[in-house]
Design a protein around this ligand. Sequence first.
Ligand code: 13P
Length: 258
Amino acid sequence: MRRKIIAGNWKMNKTANEAAALAQELAVHIKMNPHDRVETLIAPPFPFLQTCVRSVSEIPGFHVAAQNCHQEKSGAFTGEVSAAMLASLGVSHVIIGHSERRTFFGETNDILKAKLNAAIEQNLIPVFCVGETLEERNNHRQVLVIEEQLQHTVCQLDYAHLRQIVIAYEPVWAIGTGLTATPEQAQEMHVVIRSLISKSFGHGNAEIIPILYGGSCNPKNAASLFACEDVDGALIGGASLNANDFLSIRNAMISSLA
Ligand code: 13P
């Protein structure tokens, strides 16, 4: 059975006090309502990582992710944060390849491959994002696009390291738009991703990789997405900024396992 993951990507939101309060509210709930098959992740902005790590510490199944890392270990890269720095804070996961990083910060497949390796070297778990734009989908290119994004990055990893990663399918047209992929669209693309991993690393390895859905996931649509066999959780933006919404998505996952 694959592990299930509910992850909140806070993006560039919250002040220090707001971030601490949200992490604390989630920590209290998760401590009282643990689930041995559902991991919960929060990805706050860099300045709030340490506070959040303190909130989740000693709560089994609750972890902190960074939203990005630099590919180099250290050096003259003003404004950047290395994987080693994240690991030294007790951060356990890092989001790599989010479409906002690809689009606004010019992150190419080569850079993302280097970031994956940098994260893995520090024993961080990469949450690697892939997804097509609306134009690509309208031109029926979504499978080719995902293939391209994985072929040059995840598919280049060592066998041993593949087992360490999480993949998130985030169609760009669904991110922050209120448009969600239908469960059929999500399931179809998750199967595409799993088959690609299977081609490179074999069926057994592909079967253990959690594949999350991201893009306007909310308390209303979560249950239908989690009912899909290959949807192993969600990477949530807007709805992760509010404890009630985030926790009700987590509850939808727990109910789907009952
Ligand atoms: P929304 O849930 O706000 O659409 O964002 C999804 C996302 O980009 C998570 O990484």
